[in-house]
Design a binder for this molecule. Structure first.
Ligand code: AMP
Length: 309
């Protein structure tokens, strides 16, 4: 049995507008995208909260994919709501509205049988909640691999809380604008080095359609994004990248530098499917065989030979 990945993050209803269409109150949230992406590689479990307006049948769809949802509590009130739009270049989301709703009073509780899981993904949510989940794992260091994602909203309001989590982490996944905002460095390389100094082992910088950079003591590694003719909605690309990244590492059982590179490639491939559909649709209808096929295409796309001088 592969290790189960525990994921805490937002479970949301999203209203998204892009130049290619609109979705109103569709299911989303960082932990939903991450868990769906991870489920192609390893079983996952989500810790979160939803309100009475959240569709039960969606939780059943997650269970069908091997994602445990008993850590998602349904409470009176409204589900976390995010409204965003993208302009023509689909690069950065413009947040129009964030309503924490039931997340405001949420006190996460990791079910007893999941506390000894060895993979923990602190997906994008209030760093105070991320910490509470981290503390409930059998012992924070019994987790074999702990990674964290965050965003501008939390960097603006709770930067110190994020900083306190960094030293014990195996990886932080963060986008280009956010790492600049967090470190005050314009150079991504300088910014990543600054984060490595805090003690986090690997820094993964997501650069949207320009790909991703991985940084650790072992060195640097860069990948382009998978070239897509029809990107329609980038929401959740970062979260699905992270889910696939964690899922692949959990399926391999060892976070060597070589596996981290392959995990980044799987993250790239899965997120290319995410942006091909609105909301979670690009992931919900996806088959593992399509993921494997695109991974092969991606390897061929980025491969080139050294020259003999
Ligand atoms: P991504 O496009 O990968 O950065 O993630 C988009 C998802 O993040 C959406 O489904 C939103 O519901 C969720 N989201 C937006 N703002 C926040 C926030 N402040 N905290 C947690 N999740 C958020």
């Amino acid at each position: 049995m592969k290790d189960r990945i525990i994921i805490v993050g937002s479970v949301a209803l999203d209203t998204i507008q892009t130049p290619f269409g609109k979705i109103t109150r569709g299911v989303g949230g960082s932990s939903v995208y991450s868990a769906l992406a991870a489920s192609f590689f390893a079983p996952a479990a989500v810790i979160g909260v939803v309100g009475e307006d959240f569709p039960d049948d969606f939780l059943k769809k997650m269970e069908k994919r091997g994602i445990k949802t008993d850590g998602i509590k349904k409470v009176p009130g409204k589900t976390f709501f995010w409204k965003g739009k993208y302009s023509w270049d689909l690069s950065t989301a413009i947040t129009l509205d964030t309503q924490l709703n039931v997340f405001e009073k949420f006190n996460p509780s990791v079910p007893e049988d999941l506390r000894s899981s060895r993979y923990l993904f602190l997906a994008n949510i209030d760093p105070v909640l991320q910490k509470k989940v981290l503390e409930q794992m059998a012992s924070p260091k019994s987790a074999k691999y702990t990674a964290l994602d965050t965003m501008n909203f939390w960097i603006e309001s709770k930067k110190k809380k994020i900083g306190a989590l960094l030293p014990g982490l195996d990886a932080i996944l963060i986008n280009e604008a956010e790492i600049r905002q967090y470190t005050g460095e314009h150079s991504i390389i300088k910014a990543a080095k600054k984060l490595l100094k805090t003690g986090v082992q690997t820094v993964v910088v997501k650069k949207g359609e320009y790909g991703v950079g991985c940084f650790s003591k072992a060195g640097m590694f860069f990948l382009p994004a998978y070239p897509l003719e029809d990107a329609v909605d980038p929401t959740g690309a970062g979260d699905s990248f992270a889910g696939a990244f964690m899922g692949y590492l959990a399926s391999e059982g060892k976070a060597t530098w070589a596996n981290i590179k392959k995990a980044a490639a799987y993250g790239t491939v899965i997120s290319s499917f995410t942006v091909s559909g609105f909301g979670v649709n690009g992931l919900l209808n996806l088959k593992k065989s399509e993921v494997i096929k695109r991974y092969g295409e991606f390897v061929r796309l980025v491969h080139f030979e050294d020259v003999k001088i």
